[in-house]
Design a protein around this ligand. Structure first.
Ligand code: HEC
Length: 150
């Protein structure tokens, strides 16, 4: 093995050994901002649907933003980003104790936001409303199980 290769391997090992908790507060902040943005998109869509003449362009834009944000949720919870990170978080330990159930809840969300995005491609308020309700149910489903109640 060459010296350079050995140095590269040692450096890589050192990087892997670095505690991920160093970045945990940043990860937690980023995921909370992502959730806030999702809540904002849900509200904007809901507000439009309440109008006599909803701006479907806004509905479409927010449904797309929501779908993109939803796709990130499952990746925002690496180990070390729970209460042990030392910053305020609503993430329950169950997320890491039951990772398959948590990822399942995240997959339900993305399934629903894809449905909402598809509904928002059209201009049928009832269909969009139903898809929005289905999306909201997946938010609640995960919160009931994996988020610390306020
Ligand atoms: C797979 C699980 C899961 C799904 C699905 C989910 N959430 Fe959450 N949500 C959480 C967890 C866990 C937290 C706590 C995060 C933290 O504080 O670190 C949270 C926190 C939040 C927060 C508070 C963020 C903050 O500023 O502290 C809002 C708002 C929120 N979620 C909205 C939503 C909305 C809206 C949806 C659906 C469109 C949704 N969530 C779907 C798990 C989920």
């Amino acid at each position: 093995m060459t010296v350079i290769r050995t140095i590269a391997i040692v450096a890589a090992a050192a990087t892997l050994a670095m505690p991920s908790v160093a970045a945990a507060p940043d990860t937690i902040k980023a995921r909370q901002a992502n959730f806030k943005a999702m809540a904002r998109s849900m509200k904007m869509i809901s507000d439009e649907l309440r109008k006599d003449a909803p701006a479907f362009a806004v509905v479409r834009r927010e449904a797309a933003a929501l779908d993109r944000a939803a796709a990130r949720v499952g990746r925002y919870f690496p180990r070390g980003t729970g209460a042990e990170a030392g910053v305020k978080t609503g993430a329950r330990a169950a997320i890491w104790a039951q990772p398959a159930a948590f990822q399942g809840a995240a997959t339900k969300l993305t399934g629903a936001t894809k449905g909402l995005r598809a509904a928002a491609a059209g201009t049928d308020p009832a269909r969009i409303r139903a898809a929005l309700g289905a999306t909201g149910a997946t938010c609640k489903g995960c919160h009931d199980q994996f988020r610390v109640p306020d």
